[in-house]
Design a protein around this ligand. Structure first.
Ligand SMILES: Nc1ncnc2c1ncn2[C@@H]1O[C@H](COP(=O)(O)OP(=O)(O)OP(=O)(O)O)[C@@H](O)[C@H]1O
Ligand SMILES: O=C(O)C[C@@H](O)[C@H](O)C(=O)CO
Length: 336
């Protein structure tokens, strides 16, 4: 069953729009950040992680974003290019804006948090006239990352990108990606997330992220079916609700629910699961796989990333994901 038709004959398989930032992951793990003295630098930002993941999986990938005019911005653009990602629409800020920093604290494999420094960040200064209609028209899918809606002019750039995608039949993926830090108020978040979700073909989020979208509605028991039906009655053909270690559920336009197992993992840190899951799922579904197989592939990709210190660097190849699945099926990998 095909739930989403991806256009053929496009220059790019995948384009993402949103933040490019830097992860600084604590090297001294299993302790609070107050006791951490050193960090390892990686490219970060949820949409950047997903784009890197898609490229590692072998897809032709591009990015629409803005970077700071400094060493961090040059590190980011160089890393994207080194990973085969087209940076023709990655614009350099000239206003003195800086690169968003995500300091990650790994208190334990299941108790991780992110301290975000996002004042005057370059990524939220992407403006509508810096978004390439040609690139979006030449892409099979466009991923919107929710945090890019948190401030102008990035907000307007994203809505213009959305309109370009719908004009040219480019599949729109909305990764909710709720980060409270960046928003003015929960009400603002709900308004703008709903406006973007209404124009999206595939929507991916955690239960908590969908809760942030339902601020003005009555879903007190946080029922997934209510959430899914709301968006399937708009443009969405697939709505995925992620539930951490418990796995994920996909709801499709024909009213079916699709459940896929999650795999065991020797967890180092929890974050990065959502980005790698999204890359694996989108790789599968755009390859014509079933929803279930795509979800399982995404789950296995997530296990590889949460078993690693980094997010972007750890994004796996298709062969690594397939090998992980086989090793799990042989009982060679257990949770830990
Ligand atoms: N501890 C775990 N063990 C095995 N699989 C996991 C674990 N945590 C997450 N996953 C897999 O990754 C998928 C996405 O994880 P999750 O639901 O935590 O998304 P997320 O909150 O967006 O992730 P992130 O922490 O990157 O923001 C899950 O549906 C599951 O398949
Ligand atoms: O998306 C962010 O800003 C944080 C990411 O850079 C980090 O890698 C993460 O939390 C991935 O889920």
């Amino acid at each position: 069953m095909t739930y989403v038709s991806f256009p053929a004959d496009r220059s790019f398989d995948f384009t993402a729009i949103g933040r490019l930032c830097i992860d600084l992951n604590a090297n001294e793990i299993n302790r609070p950040m107050e006791q951490t003295m050193t960090f390892t630098k990686y490219v970060g930002g949820s949409p950047a992680n997903i784009a890197i993941g898609m490229s590692r999986l072998g897809l032709k990938t591009a990015f629409i974003g803005k970077i700071a005019d400094d060493q961090m911005g040059r590190f980011i653009s160089g890393y994207l290019r080194d990973n085969g990602i087209d940076t023709g629409n990655v614009v350099t800020d000239k206003t003195g804006a800086v690169t968003g920093l995500a300091f990650t604290e790994i208190k334990s494999p299941t108790d991780c948090s992110i301290l975000m420094y996002r004042d005057n960040v370059a990524d939220l200064k992407l403006s509508p006239n810096e978004v390439s209609e040609e690139l979006i028209a030449g892409s099979k899918m466009l991923l919107i990352s929710g945090t890019a809606l948190a401030a102008s002019p990035s907000r307007e750039a994203v809505f213009l990108a959305l309109d370009y995608a719908r004009k040219h039949g480019t599949v729109v993926v909305f990764d909710v990606d709720y980060r409270p830090y960046t928003w003015g108020s929960p009400e603002e978040t709900a308004i703008y997330y709903n406006l973007a979700a209404e124009k999206s073909d595939i929507i991916v989020g955690t239960r908590e992220e969908f809760d942030s979208m339902e601020r003005f509605e009555r879903n007190p028991r946080r029922i997934d079916r209510y959430t899914a039906d709301k968006w399937l009655n708009h443009s969405a053909s697939i709505v995925i609700i992620k539930h951490g270690k418990e796995g994920s559920i996909a709801y499709t336009k024909d009213g079916l629910e699709h459940r896929a197992k999650s795999y065991p993992a020797k967890v180092v840190k929890t974050f990065g699961a959502g980005d790698s899951y999204a890359a694996g799922f989108l790789y599968g579904v755009s390859s014509g796989w079933t929803i279930e197989r795509s979800m399982e592939f995404g789950s296995a990709a997530a296990c590889i990333v949460i078993s690693s210190h980094s997010c972007s660097d750890a994004m796996p190849t298709a062969e690594q994901v397939e090998d992980y699945i086989k090793r799990c099926d042989r009982g060679e990998i257990t949770a830990g």
